[in-house]
Design a protein around this ligand. Structure first.
Ligand code: AP5
Length: 217
């Protein structure tokens, strides 16, 4: 199972990824998480990408493709994966095809979460995340059991720097056209599964499960 979850910032990729990897037992490869971890650890990569991340700009393709190539070579990714946040540009999509082809593989599913811009703005500016385990919540739409505290690991929740309104506007601008082009790219190959991402977290997941089980149950 070689799956890409595609969608604009705030579409619910991370939220749905948590359920997918639990049920289908595949590793979650999220470029945004990898960049944030590098930034927090102040590695050379983290220092290089910090400004892009905080402003909501895309990290250059070359750097991102290299990171994913190395990650896909890890043993846990040899029998399937869920890519979240990659590809984000056509050059990244073509590079991914090349990486998989080298191993005689190809993508099996591209799940496209469709959500309106109005809803995305509300979701992103209200999002709170757990800096320890990465769980994602929302001030009103998806509250933790105890306000400001992670359900999973009890750490204090924070707001991502790129969820501040000015960075959110940049992120949407950066991604709107590119995401549309990626959706067209995968649709032309008969791989795209469009999912209405504006329904409840559970209903969205039910449809994802159906799409993934279609040929893998
Ligand atoms: P990344 O971390 O990938 O951010 P993103 O794509 O902007 O996606 P988000 O994590 O913001 O949203 P999501 O779709 O995961 O939504 P979530 O589930 O959290 O990337 C960050 C940065 O890294 C980029 O800006 C860029 O700088 C860099 N980067 C990463 N990949 C790159 C690449 N390939 N190339 C270049 N640069 C790259 O949900 C959002 C909120 O909505 C939450 O509060 C959640 O609780 C709520 N919610 C979710 N689903 C629902 C629902 N169904 N109903 C109601 N609320 C919901």
């Amino acid at each position: 199972m070689h799956v890409v979850i595609l969608g604009l910032p705030g579409a619910g990729k991370g939220t749905q990824a948590a359920s997918i990897i639990e049920e289908f037992r595949i590793p979650h490869i999220a470029t945004g998480d990898m960049f944030r971890e590098a930034k927090a650890a102040k590695t050379p990569l983290g220092k290089e990408v910090q400004a892009y991340l905080d402003k909501g700009l895309l990290v250059p393709d070359e750097l991102t493709i290299r990171l994913v190539r190395e990650r896909l070579q890890q043993p846990d990714a040899k029998h399937g994966f869920l890519l979240d946040g990659f590809p984000r540009t056509l050059p990244q999509a073509k590079a991914l095809d090349g990486m998989l082809a080298e191993e005689g593989l190809a993508l099996t599913h591209v799940l496209y979460l469709e959500v309106s811009e109005t809803e995305l703005l509300q979701r992103l500016t209200g999002r709170r995340v757990c800096p320890a385990c990465g769980a994602s919540y929302h001030l009103t739409l998806h509250k933790p059991r105890i306000e400001g505290v992670c359900n999973r690991c009890a750490s204090a929740l924070i707001q991502r720097p790129d969820d501040k309104p000015e960075a959110v506007a940049v992120r949407l601008q950066e991604n709107l056209e590119r995401t549309r082009m990626l959706a067209e790219f995968y649709e032309a190959r008969g791989l795209l599964g469009k999912i209405d991402g504006e329904r409840s977290v559970k209903r969205v997941y039910d449809e994802i499960r159906q799409a993934l089980r279609g040929d893998h149950s």
